[in-house]
Design a protein around this ligand. Structure first.
Ligand code: C2E
Ligand code: MG
Ligand code: MG
Ligand code: MG
Length: 287
C-alpha cells in the first residue's frame, strides 16, 4: 500500500493536476464575472500618525464577495489575477472606487491604493490615473500609490518614467512590504519614493534581535534618504511602544483597526481618537 510503482503514483497524480487546472479555469471565469456583476468591494484600514495623534489616511484593500465561496481573500485571487492579466481591470476598478469614495470624505485624509507590477505594463496607466483623479475631483496630493519590490525585476526605465510622472502629478509613492522581495537597495536612490512600509514580518516578532535590527536599519535608512517610514502589521501595544521608541511615527495594523467597510469610516475615526488618552498616550512617551 505504501510503496507503489512509479506508474501507479503517476496515474494517481494526474487527476489532481487536472482538478487544479479546472479550479483555476473556473476562478478565472469567476473573476471576469465578478467585475461585470460588481462583486468586488473595498475595505479600508487606517494608518495612524502617532506624532499628530490622529488617523492620517486609509489603505484601500480589495474584497471579493463570491456568490458561492463567500468572501475570498486577496492573497488567493490577486496572484491569479496577475497571471491572467485580470488585475489590470480589477486594479483600475479599485483605484476609481477608492478615489471616488475618498473625494466624499469630509477631511483631507490620504487614500492609499495598491498597484500591481502587472498594471505598470499597461500603456494607459498614467492616463488612467489622470482621468480617475479628474473625474473624482480628488486632490492628487491625497492619493498614495503602494508598489512592491517586484516592480524592479524588469523594465526599470519604463517604471522609472511612470513613477516620475506620478510624482510630478503630486502623488505619494510608497514602497510596500519593504525588505521581503527583490533584495537590492540600488533602486532606492534610482526611484523617487516618498515612503517606505516596513513589512509586517519584521514587526510581528520584534523579540528576535534580528528583526529589531532590521526595523531599526529601515528607519535609519528612510531618515538618511529623506523618505517617510510606516510600520505595518502592528497587533499589540508592545509593538507600538517599541516602534515609537525606535523613531517610527506612522503605524498601521490590527491593533489600531482591522480593514473595515467604507461605511465604518466615521466610526474608525472616533474610535481611534477615543483611545488616545488612556491607551496610546502611555505607549508614546519620549524616553
Ligand atoms: P498589503 O498591501 O501589504 O496589505 C496589508 C495586508 O495585511 C492586508 O491583507 C491587511 O488586511 C493585512 N493586515 C493589516 N494589518 C495587519 C495585522 O496587524 N496583522 C496581520 N496579520 N495582517 C494585517 P489583505 O487585505 O488580505 O491584502 C493582502 C494583499 O493583497 C495586500 O498586501 C496587497 O498586496 C494585495 N491587495 C489588496 N488589495 C489590492 C488591490 O486593490 N490591488 C492590488 N494590486 N493588490 C491588492
Ligand atoms: Mg499595501
Ligand atoms: Mg504590505
Ligand atoms: Mg503585501
Amino acid at each position: 500500500q505504501a510503496k507503489q510503482s512509479a506508474g501507479s503514483s503517476y496515474r494517481m497524480f494526474q487527476p489532481s493536476m487536472r482538478q487544479k487546472l479546472q479550479q483555476r479555469r473556473e476562478l478565472e471565469i469567476d473573476l471576469q464575472k465578478a467585475i461585470e456583476e460588481g462583486q468586488f468591494e473595498l475595505f479600508y484600514q487606517p494608518f495612524v500618525d502617532t506624532g499628530r495623534r490622529a488617523i492620517s489616511g486609509f489603505e484601500a484593500l480589495l474584497r471579493w464577495n463570491h456568490p458561492e465561496r463567500g468572501r475570498v481573500s486577496p492573497s488567493t485571487f490577486i496572484p491569479l489575477a496577475e497571471e491572467t492579466g485580470m488585475i489590470t481591470p480589477i486594479g483600475l476598478w479599485a483605484l476609481e472606487t477608492a478615489c471616488e469614495q475618498a473625494s466624499n470624505w469630509v477631511s483631507d485624509l490620504a487614500i492609499s491604493v495598491n498597484l500591481s507590477a502587472v498594471q505598470f505594463k499597461s500603456p494607459t496607466l498614467v492616463a488612467d490615473v489622470r482621468r480617475v483623479l479628474a473625474k473624482s475631483g480628488l486632490q492628487p496630493s491625497r492619493l498614495q500609490i503602494e508598489v512592491t519590490e517586484s516592480l524592479f525585476l524588469d523594465e526599470g526605465d519604463k517604471v522609472l518614467s511612470i513613477l516620475t510622472e506620478f510624482r510630478r502629478m503630486g502623488l505619494t509613492i510608497s514602497m510596500d512590504d519593504f525588505g521581503t522581495g527583490y533584495s537590492s537597495l540600488g533602486y532606492l536612490n534610482r526611484f523617487p519614493f516618498d515612503k517606505i512600509k516596513i513589512d509586517q514580518s519584521f514587526v510581528r516578532d520584534m523579540s528576535r534581535p534580528e528583526n529589531i535590527a532590521i526595523v531599526r536599519s529601515v528607519i535609519g535608512l528612510s531618515n538618511a534618504l529623506d523618505m517617510r517610514v510606516i510600520a505595518e502589521g502592528i497587533e499589540t501595544p508592545e509593538q507600538m511602544r517599541i516602534l515609537y521608541a525606535e523613531g517610527c511615527r506612522e503605524m498601521q495594523g490590527y491593533y489600531f483597526s482591522r480593514p473595515r467597510p467604507a461605511s465604518d469610516l466615521p466610526k474608525m475615526l472616533v474610535e481611534i481618537a477615543d483611545r488616545w488618552p488612556h491607551e496610546f498616550e502611555a505607549l508614546t512617551q519620549e524616553a
